[in-house]
Design a protein around this ligand. Structure first.
Ligand SMILES: Nc1ncnc2c1ncn2[C@@H]1O[C@H](COP(=O)(O)OP(=O)(O)OP(=O)(O)O)[C@@H](O)[C@H]1O
Ligand SMILES: [Mg+2]
Length: 568
């Protein structure tokens, strides 16, 4: 017998004799780890080793000393890292883990377990099972922790896969091109930010005298919303450092179209609910609660031209009467000029200027760095896109082009953007039409149905515009069509489909929606004198720079998502 063989036999005998001593198993496995002996043993004596391992695990549960028990458990699982045992005994290990009676200990043990299987196929193959088995096996507090640990790993795994498959976008960053929160440095707006800071500095010095009203105006897509949100986020951070309770409340009047809707939202958040208290009492309570709790609210009201002038005035008055509330309102210049504003007085009105060419280049570069992988787009191409932004005076277009270029590359399996890709995507950009609003309008499906009706009616007429009656007729038909689709769905999936009623709104309300769609610049409507009798005027509805065919495709896509859910 060679020395080596002798050694193996001695080790094996020792193992068989001592393995029932708690702690020996891990000691033994750690010492033979990675050796040929381990491979051989696992091949030839697996069932015995498995039985021994199960014994050890069970013996562990009988130990009283929690610290000791955990230590043994952790050693044990580390020792079988990357062995067949880990894979096959995984559920037993989880069972035992759950029996480690102390939460803190259990958590540590769980983390080590995760640690030992991280990066192994065990984790990759069983990730979801692990996730769900944990769900039933670990108690509530632990579950939360386990979730976050496993969630991180799922994320990491997806990230790794994304790196392999998505050569264009960084993981989860595709939507960042439209997001406001990702912006950590604001290019080209120092001046405006300084003015806002000077305006709102009270809150950081003498909060009790807080109550400022500012207005941000500027052309479309020039960065008003971003400046507002960025500034307030920064102000809030400074306030938190000084222990000042400052909350930012952002309302886009596209969704919150009246003062009472906004106030109700604030009441729901800041006032304890009680059933039979009316709106007015609640409103009073809102102000007194803020005062009592020494809490301050900075209200950002975006797209205020969708509110009535009297409502804008009312918000300004609230600020004057209640020092705990300040307002920062936002509006496009052209809309602001149209508002009847004789009584509206702001502490300061700030108008954003157009970005310079260099600033546009820098913004696009910065945003590509956030969204794309390295070397996806060259500076040359960024310059070409910046020229388009300058021509259209529209930053959002630039970002849309970047995003469309990225998506097209992914589709075509390219790893960088080429001049042809830019050319191809630039065709789908409409400088005046706000594509993103179609998605925003999801919550208001009648407006989408009406928009669809308008587009189809224009298409039917074939002369670039339509009249209110025709559009209304088309809208009614569309409601019927979708209702039919929904009813059919209900028949097909009686259990899982919640059948909505898509009843057309009455004509006066229809006209109101047309007015709002006009304010939102989704459509253009103008009153024209009749050429033929009867005398009088009629309303002509047309589209901006987007064709009716494209609009139909875009709106249909969103409507289908609302009404025709996807069933497996
Ligand atoms: N300095 C900048 N840095 C990074 N991104 C910017 C900058 N300025 C504008 N953007 C981006 O351009 C897009 C348009 O900006 P924003 O939505 O703030 O414009 P807006 O003036 O509010 O437009 P609208 O009048 O249509 O509401 C946004 O996606 C915004 O994040
Ligand atoms: Mg905006």
């Amino acid at each position: 017998m060679s020395e080596e063989e002798f050694d193996k036999n001695r080790l094996y005998d020792e193992f068989i004799n001592s393995v029932d001593k708690i702690g020996y198993f891990s000691h033994f496995f750690s010492s033979i780890k990675g050796s040929e002996f381990e491979t051989e043993l696992m091949k030839t004596k697996y069932s015995l080793i498995e039985a021994k391992f199960t014994n050890v695990l069970n013996a562990l549960t009988k130990i009283d000393d929690i610290e000791y028990k955990t230590k043994l458990f952790i050693n044990l699982i580390y020792s079988i890292k990357e062995t067949r045992l880990m894979k096959e005994k995984f559920s037993t290990i989880l069972d035992i883990l759950n029996k480690l009676d102390n939460d803190y200990v259990k958590r540590n043990a769980f983390e080590s377990l995760v640690d030992t299987i991280e990066g192994t196929s065990l984790l990759e193959d069983n990730l979801w099972e692990l996730f769900f088995s944990l769900d039933s096996k670990i108690e509530v507090y632990e579950k939360m922790h386990a979730y976050s640990v496993v969630k991180d790993m799922v994320q990491a795994k997806l990230k790794k896969e994304n790196r392999k498959t998505n050569k264009i976008f960084q993981f989860g960053r595709e939507s960042s091109l439209y997001a406001y929160n990702e912006i950590k440095k604001l290019i080209g707006r120092n001046e405006e930010i300084k003015r806002l800071e000077a305006n709102f500095e009270h809150i950081l010095k003498k909060p009790e005298n807080f109550s400022v009203s500012s207005l941000l105006i500027g052309k479309g897509s020039i960065g008003k919303t971003l400046v507002g949100r960025y500034f307030v986020r920064d102000l809030r951070r400074k306030a938190v450092e000084k222990n000042i309770r400052l909350n930012m409340e952002y309302f886009d009047c596209i969704h919150f179209r009246s003062k009472s809707k906004i106030i109700r939202e604030l009441i729901a958040k800041y006032v304890q609910l009680s059933w039979n208290r009316g709106y007015h009492l609640n409103q009073t309570l809102l102000y007194s609660t803020l005062k009592r709790e020494n809490r301050f609210i900075l209200l950002i009201l975006d797209e205020i031209h969708l509110l009535k002038p009297a409502e804008i005035l009312a918000f300004l008055d609230i600020g004057k009467q209640h020092p705990n509330i300040s307002t920062l309102m936002i509006c496009r210049t052209q809309d602001w000029l149209r508002i009847k504003k004789d009584k509206l007085q702001f502490d300061e009105i700030i108008e954003l200027r157009q970005y310079t060419f260099n600033e546009i280049c820098n913004v696009l570069k910065y945003r590509s760095e956030i969204a794309f992988q390295k070397n996806v787009i060259t500076d040359e191409l960024l310059k070409i896109i910046s020229h388009i932004v300058v021509d259209n005076e529209n930053m959002r277009n630039g970002l849309e082009i970047l995003r469309n270029c990225g998506s097209l590359c992914v589709k075509k399996n390219l790893d960088h953007i080429t001049p042809d890709i830019v050319k191809e995507t630039n065709k789908d950009i409409y400088p005046n039409f706000r594509n993103d609003l179609i998605i925003e309008l999801r919550s208001n499906h009648h407006e989408l149905l009406i928009l669809f009706g308008v587009a189809r009616s224009i298409e039917n007429q074939g002369n670039n515009y339509t009249l209110i009656d025709d559009a209304y007729g088309e809208y009614q038909k569309i409601c019927e069509e979708y209702q039919k689709i929904c009813d059919d769905n209900q028949k097909m999936y009686p259990e899982s489909y919640c059948n909505p009623t898509i009843k057309p709104v009455v004509k006066t309300l229809f006209k109101k929606h047309i007015h709002i769609l006009t304010l939102l610049k989704m459509i253009v409507s103008k009153t024209v004198r009749n050429e033929k009798p009867p005398n009088g005027r009629h309303l002509e509805i047309s589209l901006l720079d987007i064709s009716e065919t494209t609009l139909l495709v875009l709106v249909k896509d969103v409507l289908d998502k609302i009404f025709i859910p996807y069933f497996d």
